[in-house]
Design a protein around this ligand. Sequence first.
Ligand code: PLP
Length: 436
Amino acid sequence: MSTPDEPSPYATETHLIHGEFHSNSWDYADHIVPPIGSSSAYRLRSADRGAEGFGAFANPEFNRQQQAPIYIYDRLDEPTRGMLEQALARAEGAEIALAFTTGMAAISAALGVLVKAGDRIVAHRTIYGCTWSLLSNWMPRFGVETGFFNFVNPQAFEDALQDPRVMVVLFESPTNPTLELIDIAMVRAAVDRANAKRTKGRRIFIVVDNTFATPWSQRPLSLGADVVCHSLTKNIGGFGTDMGGVVCGPRLLEQDLLLYRKDFGAPLAPKAAWPTLVYGLPTLAVRSIQQIASAMAVARYLEGHSLVERVYYPGLSSHPQHELALKQMRDPRGDFSPGILLYFILKGGPAEAKERGRLVMNHLATNALAVTLAVSLGQVRTLVEHPASMTHAVVPVEAQRAAGIEPGGIRLSMGVEATADILRDLQSALASLGAR
Ligand SMILES: *Cc1c(COP(=O)(O)O)cnc(C)c1O
């Protein structure tokens, strides 16, 4: 038997399907597919066992990964979720993983255990909208302020770390929607320099939201991050059926994360953990390989299209940080793995580009089979969206530009349909512009 702490002779693809050889969470020796837990409370065989269970919960002496847990109540710990957590910890190369109801619940918990009133967070300026709102609207109520910096410029960002109140550095890579990359090793080096001047209890933690890349394309802990968060709702879940989130990190955070999750709530429900454990993770490798191959083909096609101004995809040599992509976006086999998302900008002045985007969306929504007009990302279906005419439609085009939203910018999340069909639908939608 091997645990996530020990090297395994088996490939990641195999572990994503089989999980561990044996789970301490549940002894289901005769099942191939793990069962779905469906009990909010657990029978305790004696009062003493109840006492033992409460004594073991969130106790640093008790290793959840190696000792059979005593289940008490779903909000504390639960076997289906526990099995998923073991598999996710292995996928990210983390000591521990804890699953939450959504990606936002996971991010809230990761920050919740790392900061207290008076501390500060340093975040990259481009960040998921709800994470931005959490940092800007809610954390200040608890006395935690966030400074936003451009992490692509290391100097501005390193100066910010001189503030002794900074306790967390937070970013995503690639970012949404322009697929900018943050050099994780560069952030590690800057934080190490800042930490060298600090006491152990005040060391800065690096938290990476790895949702866009998934552990298939990038493992931030191996590049220097301390904590990784994911929305399981996206490509790890992969089928678009359930929401979820996870925090992966060092064992020293496990007790606080368990206690935080117990008190703030939002542990992932076993019925939502099960599809990710049984369908999502086991197919992550094959789905990603297919999605990335399509993304590469679509990026090259769009780059050559006369109506396309610019294509952003880390796999293209025209991407401003292609060298960094080659360095840090690697699948567990070591192959280049530039992700399943791409972003492109239609040609034209602001108003014209916005109108073209709207027409392309409408054409796809009416005519396409392989490309679906929808928000979210990371599904077996190819999803397309045009922020300027959808999420930010009420913002005037000039204001959109000032806020960094390109009026003609379109985001594509590749699915696993035949590449030729995805290309056909895009070709026909772009051709419809010319035909007007
Ligand atoms: C979707 C998403 C989230 C939030 O996840 P939910 O599961 O919707 O709460 C956070 N970060 C990124 C990058 C996302 O794409």
